[in-house]
Design a binder for this molecule. Structure first.
Ligand SMILES: NC(=O)c1ccc[n+]([C@@H]2O[C@H](COP(=O)([O-])OP(=O)(O)OC[C@H]3O[C@@H](n4cnc5c(N)ncnc54)[C@H](OP(=O)(O)O)[C@@H]3O)[C@@H](O)[C@H]2O)c1
Ligand SMILES: [Zn+2]
Length: 337
């Protein structure tokens, strides 16, 4: 089959479009002909060698395609259009056994070979019918980010109707999903944008207000927008560059939920501020099967919709990743296979 692989870590130049052996579905797996695969920033971390995976590797955590073979018992059918839930729970830890988020969850396309290819195999339990109202490109643009954003806002931060949420990285895959989910939950959404042009696009996705963080003092702008009250929940995935601002904009008893550190891992903070203002900090990684099924249901009913930035053919995966590295995207970049 044709695939985009890399044999050593490095810049986009290490990505190679070539022939690679077609995988065989093991017992309990489906063979899926990939029609589209969404990009995530994780792909860049993996390609750069930041997550230590066996090489050669095929990236791609967000897959939409058609079932070609089924090895094992399943209600799914050959020829069925499907998406993959990329959060693969271990099934054995105490949290898995009580239906909570797995502490050892592995990510499809990171610890398994992913969808930058004509075919993938996936555990049958991770495979779901594709929402009929979505194209393959759209269906490959929601699983990982909407699942994570749902887990962050609902599962971890317990965002409530009428609360105010501040979303960093709202032009990105994760942040643009969060804007929609927060609006669906009935929250007031203030989102960060790097430019006036992005701000317009982010408001179109649903943000009530935007703050252009490259030009404005974010804490002052937020204070004004919340009439001096501050933010109930900050949605974080930027880390080092934004952490102090994040804490400064919270109201007493405010919550931060963090799932990434795009700008760097090290944040400093005045710890006395955490207890004096009684703040809560939640970490989040992927989400549960139940949460994925909820997101899928909301996609099926059209209440949530993937935001597509641009689609590229598989052979142009390097170009697609470059667009992400240069932060030119608004929404999801997707490969069409
Ligand atoms: N824990 C999990 O399960 C999980 C799941 C999904 C993603 N993540 C993590 O979440 C992060 C986002 O992933 P993604 O796929 O959504 O990536 P993405 O599409 O590239 O989005 C990243 C966003 O970060 C913003 N950004 C970068 N530097 C910034 C800075 N200095 N200040 C403010 N904003 C900045 C950019 O917004 P502007 O263009 O507006 O600057 C961009 O939209 C990554 O670190 C990823 O690893 C974690
Ligand atoms: Zn587990």
């Amino acid at each position: 089959m044709k695939a985009v692989i890399f044999e050593k870590p490095g810049s986009v130049e290490v990505l190679k479009y070539c022939e690679f052996p077609k995988p065989n579905p093991q017992n309990g797996e489906a063979l899926i002909r990939v029609k589209a695969c969404g990009l995530n920033r994780l792909d860049i971390w993996l390609r750069e060698g930041k997550r230590g995976i066996p090489l050669p590797h095929i990236l791609g955590s967000d897959v939409a395609g058609v079932i070609e073979e089924i090895n094992g018992a399943s209600t799914l059918k050959i020829g069925q259009e499907v998406v993959i839930n990329p959060a693969i729970p271990c099934g054995n830890c105490s949290r898995c056994k009580s239906g909570e988020a797995c502490e050892l969850v592995i990510i499809f396309g990171a610890k398994t070979k992913g969808g930058y290819a004509e075919y993938v195999t996936a555990p049958l339990a991770q495979v779901y019918p594709k929402p009929k109202n979505l194209s393959f490109v759209e269906a490959a643009a929601f699983p990982l980010t909407f699942l994570t954003a749902w887990h962050m806002l609902v599962g971890r931060a317990n965002l409530k109707e009428g609360e105010t949420v501040f979303i960093w990285g709202a032009s990105g895959g994760l942040g643009s999903s969060a804007v929609q989910i927060a609006k669906y939950l009935g929250a007031k959404v203030i989102a960060a944008a790097k430019s006036n042009e992005d701000a317009v696009g982010i408001r179109k996705i649903g943000a009530d207000h935007t703050v252009v963080y490259t030009k404005e003092n974010v804490v002052d702008a937020v204070k004004k927008l919340t009439k001096g009250i501050g933010i109930d929940v900050v949605f974080e995935s930027i880390g080092e560059k934004t952490w102090s601002t994040t804490l400064a904009m919270l109201r007493p008893f405010g919550r931060v939920v963090i799932a990434g550190t795009t700008s760097g891992d090290t944040g400093t903070q005045d710890l006395s501020d955490v207890y004096v203002r009684q703040l809560s900090i939640f970490g989040a990684r992927m989400g549960t099967k139940k949460e994925f099924e909820k997101v899928l249901e909301l996609m099926n009913s059209g209440k949530l919709k993937p935001i597509i930035d641009k689609a590229y053919p598989l052979a142009q995966a390097a170009e697609a990743q470059r667009r992400m590295e240069e932060y030119k995207h608004l929404g999801k970049i997707v490969l069409e296979i």
